[in-house]
Design a protein around this ligand. Structure first.
Ligand SMILES: NC(=O)c1ccc[n+]([C@@H]2O[C@H](COP(=O)([O-])OP(=O)(O)OC[C@H]3O[C@@H](n4cnc5c(N)ncnc54)[C@H](O)[C@@H]3O)[C@@H](O)[C@H]2O)c1
Length: 253
């Protein structure tokens, strides 16, 4: 097992891609902290992980609130004594033309998709630096690499995650901390179902993106988790500042 003795914190681990990541890391031997605003979902994942024979905890947190994020990191460190791996998977989006969007929506998209990453990383880095060890993977999106129709602000936030991660990777390499990004394309989760069912137009848009995907299908959350598992495993010790798409070829940049 590649992650024996490691502790991972997975944000957005209550469902979707984050849940698949939490389970994949646990199967490789890691103990897992699940941070999510959805209390019951996070607790259910905690129980699934315990069923695999690993230690696990669930922590209810609104990741857009910095003080709550700091309390979560303190709690996880108090319980497990270490955080070797941080995966930021929490995210949110609503499809709409930028000209029809309002500032309240921009703020929400930026807070959940970008600022929450700053909060978790800022809170966990002193610990990782003190141990001269750590792996951080941020979940962005192919939208952040190439842009995406009706996702202008989301694409901007996800692009910010990529640029932030590359810059940070340069800064913390001296402490033997790796920072990488995984970009899903369309992935079969509650978030995708929610944006697809917003309107007949968004349904058409999502179907058009599937047609534009060389593999002509959406990803399974487990397929995204495999890429994360690789990047947090010892085999990826010399990989940092990279962006890996798991999107059936949707973008090739
Ligand atoms: N599903 C896709 O098609 C797709 C495509 C590209 C990128 N992504 C990205 O993948 C990541 C995971 O998305 P998903 O599809 O699994 O979505 P999801 O909605 O199924 O899961 C996201 C999780 O994040 C949690 N979350 C959201 N806001 C939060 C907050 N403020 N505080 C704490 N937890 C919060 C939710 O409760 C949920 O459990 C996101 O960053 C998303 O932007 C998804």
């Amino acid at each position: 097992m590649r992650l024996e003795g490691k502790t991972a914190l997975v944000t957005g681990g209550g469902r979707g891609i984050g849940r698949a990541i939490a389970l994949a890391l646990a199967r490789e031997g890691a103990q897992i902290a699940v941070g999510d605003i959805l209390k019951e979902e996070a607790a259910a994942v905690r129980e699934e992980i315990k069923g695999l024979g690993r230690k696990a905890l669930a922590y209810q947190v609104d990741l857009t609130q910095r003080a709550q994020v700091e309390r979560m990191i303190e709690f996880v460190l108090a319980q497990f004594g270490q955080i070797d791996i941080l995966v930021n998977s929490a995210g949110w989006d609503r499809l709409e033309p930028f000209v029809e969007s309002n500032e309240e929506t921009w703020e929400r998209i930026l807070a959940i998709n970008f600022k929450s990453v700053l909060y978790t990383v800022k809170a966990v880095l002193p610990h990782m630096i003190s141990r001269a060890s750590g792996k951080i993977v941020n979940i962005s999106s192919d939208a952040g690499r190439s842009g995406s129709t009706w996702e202008a602000v989301y694409s901007g936030a996800k692009g910010a995650v990529i640029a932030f991660s590359k810059s940070l990777a340069r800064e913390v390499a001296r402490y033997k901390i790796n920072v990488n990004v995984v970009c899903p394309g369309l992935t079969d989760t509650a978030l995708l179902q929610a944006v697809r069912s917003q309107s007949p137009e968004t349904e058409k848009l999502i179907d058009a993106i599937i047609k534009a995907t060389p593999w002509r299908r959406v990803a399974k959350p487990e397929e995204v988790a495999e890429a994360v598992l690789f990047l947090v495993s010892p085999g990826a010790d010399f990989i940092t500042g990279q962006t890996l798409s798991v999107s059936g070829g949707l973008t090739m940049i």
